[in-house]
Design a binder for this molecule. Structure first.
Ligand code: IMP
Length: 192
């Protein structure tokens, strides 16, 4: 079965295709020839995921899912949260975001944080399904590791000795926010 994953992020496509396996053929936005920017203007992670899925469903009328993720840091009242991608400002890089977060946590004792992913699935005009994955961790004081992307070099999951960047992609997938949400999506798709 073909299903559109409303992203052009190669890292995410690779991570999710690995979990989905051969049950479903994922089509990226590139694969369907869609090159516009999808609006992400909602104040919540759930809202943004749904907005993206609906935007593509309305145009292509094919099964589509979209994900949205935020890193929620306790002492920063849940920031960067829904603004995780653009924490350091418009067009900022992953390392700008990481540096700003480390700066904002300087001298803070409680460095607990969690990643949260919501996947919204649209298979028909009047119904949406949501799948959520979360993982608790702490923000380290220094960057460690070379793998992954985004905040991976400074996110140490609870109960582990390696940051997400130091883990293999498979090990990260097994415990990560997106991995857990995707597993729920896959379990649901298999029941159809
Ligand atoms: P998105 O909604 O998946 O695009 O995620 C928003 C932002 O959260 C990204 O630009 C990254 O900075 C960060 N992020 C999302 N997932 C991860 C992850 O697995 N590791 C590290 N950072 C992530």
């Amino acid at each position: 079965m073909e299903i559109i994953f409303a992203t052009n992020n190669a890292h995410k496509l690779e991570e999710i295709q690995a979990i989905v396996g051969s049950h479903f053929k994922l089509l990226s936005l590139n694969d369907i020839g869609f090159n516009e920017e999808i609006p992400e203007t909602q104040p919540t992670i759930e809202g943004n995921a749904l907005q993206k899925a609906e935007y593509i469903f309305e145009r292509f009328n094919k099964p589509v899912f979209a994900d949205d993720t935020g890193l929620e840091v306790k002492v920063l009242n849940g920031e960067p949260g829904v603004y995780s991608a653009r924490y350091a400002g418009p067009n900022c890089s992953f390392s700008d975001n990481v540096n700003l977060l480390l700066q904002n946590l300087k001298s803070k004792k409680d460095r607990s944080a969690r990643f949260k992913t919501v996947i919204a699935l649209k298979m028909s005009a009047h119904k949406s399904e949501f799948f959520e994955g979360k993982i608790d961790g702490v923000i380290t004081e220094k960057l460690s590791g070379k793998g992954g992307f985004g905040y991976d070099p400074i996110f140490l999951p609870v109960g582990f000795k390696e940051t997400f960047s130091e883990m293999s992609p498979q090990a990260k997938n097994e415990i990560s926010h997106r991995g857990l949400a995707t597993q729920k999506l896959v379990n649901f798709l298999k029941t159809l």
